[in-house]
Design a protein around this ligand. Structure first.
Ligand code: PMT
Length: 695
């Protein structure tokens, strides 16, 4: 059910492959998606609306107005409703209409109104598919950011065999899943990419150039944009359209122009990938007029072009990542290593013209990524897939660079967390992974802005996240328990008062060194960051409850939302009802109206009690004793709630300190009575208070 709750508009056009749409709808529904089918009039010749409405559980839309009552089928609303649109099968005609904006049916009008990503699965005869018109239209759709699901090679309706068969429904669903679960590792980063050849003018009609088409560099630019980066693409003379709407393209012709653009833009970028095949030399003199044939031999004197990579290598700051390419024909690795060092690159992508299917012009490439620590060889792949490998390498280095060269003066945020990993139970495993995880987590918790408020350095809430790692394997899977503890200073004292403490058991997550830790409220795929965000909001919420009566609702509700959304994760720690002290129940109990007395207690205890104690010990303690009645009230409202018991547990030492030495006998007895009723398991601690009453 990986597509649970996703809203999909499925556009079906008039192709024999329309019969596969029935299977596609079934698979999408099986994955938990809501599917709204839109058919072009021609598609109804191939499959009936009845089949599709039965499978999707929704009436199929086809006309602008409904025949029965004339109601408008709003393409605009569908464009806003959908999480994705798939056009499958997509005929040459519909692809052409989409490329040119010919909105003469509901499918194309919906496409033009679509706010969500669009996937297009072409289906047609091989010659139609290969025709430059179709190919150009597909390029146009790509340049709009649409995802083209390439047709497969096989037998076609025409009984010819070739490329044009619509991809199988399973593969289309997989594309969709890949998209929804794709890495977005470059969000917030700016990446410079150079691509294509340069042309060095000899005279007005001739130039020195090379065979680069720009395909490799454009694929890298597209992948960076797909992963959320802002991309600046400096392109030599190529005939490719800009492959993604989020790319800013700067067209140049010569190496000098490329040099000027790249050196100007690099300082504002976090990374650069230099894929262009830059001419090393240019004619010293460019003739104004066409050079006439005279002698049998002629000589053109060349002068060196600036080396863009080497210049950026000199400019590079510690927190920037610089990657280059090496196109070699011999001594490949030695040459690549020499370029890596000479140009001060962080890594270099080697492709050799000796490898079939690699290098210029072709749609595939075979590369080896080399950095100072080693190298990794990759198989022959499409340039899109090679780009994915390169960008994933790049994003890992970017995290390291940001991490190692983070400005030491971080801005004060809400939490001042210490993360500890107790790994004694898994000794002998790769400890680098633990160190990196600890540092990444510390950075994630401390540098994220969890609220829109400004916290001064001294206002930050001190908290400890202590993981006891019970299991770890090299694929990055962890099993642990976690102790979360948060406290804040008591006004005018050196004493810290605990505001939340909880031990969480059986946590499972995966983490590979340098995985980017990020969290968005609607994406809980990363169990680790969802968990940390949950506790961050609880800590902030409890802290705000201690500052003002019920002051933390906004953030406690965020924690509740995460717990609600996370209940579908396989991890039982989130599930309501699985035990009475799981994460969900802890927050759900606290936010329940019956717990209002406890929330008021959190405020009165800290602000009126502990803070008063600084000036007037007796007065402050009396306020706290009165607060105990609020605790009792909360307990009586919901005797089974775990949160009241939890509160007595993490405040236990504080209570013992407060009452062991000060306070009247009846006061102490009353307190012990309440605490023992709520939490008899801590009787040893309450006995200490009881005994002090007789001193
Ligand atoms: O565009 P395609 O048809 O898809 O082909 C892709 C490609 C083969 C062009 C690409 O994969 C590739 O290998 N690009 C680099 C080609 C090249 O010029 O390599 P090089 O070994 O000569 O240069 C080494 C590095 O220095 C490159 O990153 C290059 O961009 C850079 N360089 C070179 C010369 C120069 N004056 N300035 C530079 O920045």
């Amino acid at each position: 059910m990986q597509l649970q709750g996703k809203k999909i508009v499925l556009g079906i056009t008039g192709s024999i492959a329309a019969y596969k749409a029935a299977m596609l709808v079934r698979l999408l529904v099986k994955e938990g998606a809501e599917v709204q089918v839109i058919m072009t009039p021609a598609s109804k010749e191939f499959i009936t609306p009845l089949t599709l409405s039965t499978l999707s559980g929704r009436p199929v839309l086809s006309e602008f107005f409904q025949n029965a009552d004339g109601a408008w089928n709003s393409h605009v609303e569908l464009g806003l409703w959908a999480d994705a649109m798939i056009v499958a099968p997509a005929t040459a005609s519909t692809i052409g209409k989409m490329a040119c904006g010919i909105a003469d049916n509901l499918l194309v009008t919906t496409y033009l109104s679509m706010k969500a990503p669009v996937f297009v699965a072409p289906a047609m005869d091989l010659d139609m598919f290969a025709h430059p018109s179709t190919q150009r239209n597909l390029e146009v759709l790509r340049s709009y950011g649409n995802h083209i699901i390439e047709p497969a090679v096989g037998e076609l309706a025409s009984h010819l065999s070739g490329k044009g068969r619509m991809e199988e429904p399973q593969a289309i669903v997989q594309h969709l899943k890949d998209f929804f679960f794709a890495d977005k590792n470059l969000v917030g980063h700016k990446v410079l990419v150079t691509a294509g050849p340069t042309y060095e003018k000899i005279d007005p009609v001739r130039f020195i150039g090379n065979y680069s088409t720009g395909k490799m560099g454009f694929a890298i630019a597209r992948e960076c944009a797909e992963q959320g980066a802002e991309v600046l693409l400096v392109a030599g003379p190529v005939s490719l359209p800009t492959p993604h709407p989020a790319i800013k393209r700067i067209d140049v012709e010569t190496a000098v122009q490329m040099y000027e653009a790249a050196t100007e833009l690099f300082p504002e970028c976090d990374a650069a990938v230099l894929c262009a095949a830059v001419a090393d030399y240019r004619p010293t003199v460019q003739a104004d007029e066409k050079i006439k044939r005279t002698e049998d031999n002629m000589t053109i004197t060349l002068q060196a072009n600036p080396d863009i990579a080497a210049t950026l290598g000199l400019q590079k700051r510690d927190n920037q990542v610089l990657a280059g390419f090496a196109l070699e024909t011999n001594n490949e690795k030695a040459n690549a290593h020499a370029k890596l060092a000479k140009k001060n690159l962080d890594f270099i992508v080697l492709n050799s013209l000796k490898d079939k299917g690699a290098g210029f012009s072709v749609d595939t490439n075979k590369v080896t990524i080399i950095d100072r620590d080693g190298e990794q060889e990759y198989a022959l792949k499409s340039k899109a897939d090679v780009a994915r490998d390169i960008v994933s390498y790049l994003s890992r280095l970017l995290i390291v660079a940001l991490f190692l060269f983070m400005p030491s003066q971080i801005s004060a945020q809400e939490l001042n967390a210490t993360v500890t990993l107790n790994t004694s139970k898994v000794q002998g495993t790769n400890t680098e992974a633990f160190d990196v995880l600890r540092e990444s987590l510390t950075e994630f918790i401390n540098n994220r802005k969890w609220t829109e408020y400004t916290y001064e350095e001294h206002e930050r809430i001190t908290c400890n996240f202590t993981f006891i790692v019970d299991g770890y394997s090299d694929d990055g899977s962890f099993t642990c328990s976690l102790m979360v503890q948060a406290s804040r200073p008591v006004f005018g004292s050196t004493y810290n008062s605990t505001i939340f403490k909880y031990e969480d058991q059986g946590i499972k997550f995966t983490y590979q060194p340098y995985d980017r830790l990020d969290f968005t409220e609607d994406n809980l795929d990363n169990n680790l960051t969802a968990l940390i965000a949950f506790y961050a909001y609880i800590i902030i919420g409890f802290d705000m409850d201690s500052m003002g009566e019920m002051g933390g609702s906004e953030f406690l509700n965020k924690a509740l939302n995460i717990a609600n959304n996370a209940q579908n994760l396989g991890d039982s720690g989130w599930r309501a009802g699985s035990t009475n002290n799981n994460r969900y129940t802890v927050i759900d109990d606290y936010m329940n109206g019956a717990m209002e007395p406890l929330r008021l207690l959190v405020y009165r205890y800290h602000r009126l009690g502990l803070d008063t104690m600084f000036k007037d010990a007796e007065g402050g303690r009396k306020v706290i004793t009165e607060c105990m009645n609020l605790l009792k009230e909360a307990y009586e409202n919901r005797p089974l709630a775990y949160i009241t018991k939890l509160f007595t547990e993490f405040k236990q030492d504080e209570f013992v300190n407060l009452y062991s030495y000060e306070g009247g006998e009846s006061e102490k007895r009353e307190v012990v009575k309440i605490l023992s009723e709520i939490n008899p398991s801590q009787s040893d601690a309450w006995d200490k208070i009881e005994k002090s009453a007789f001193k």
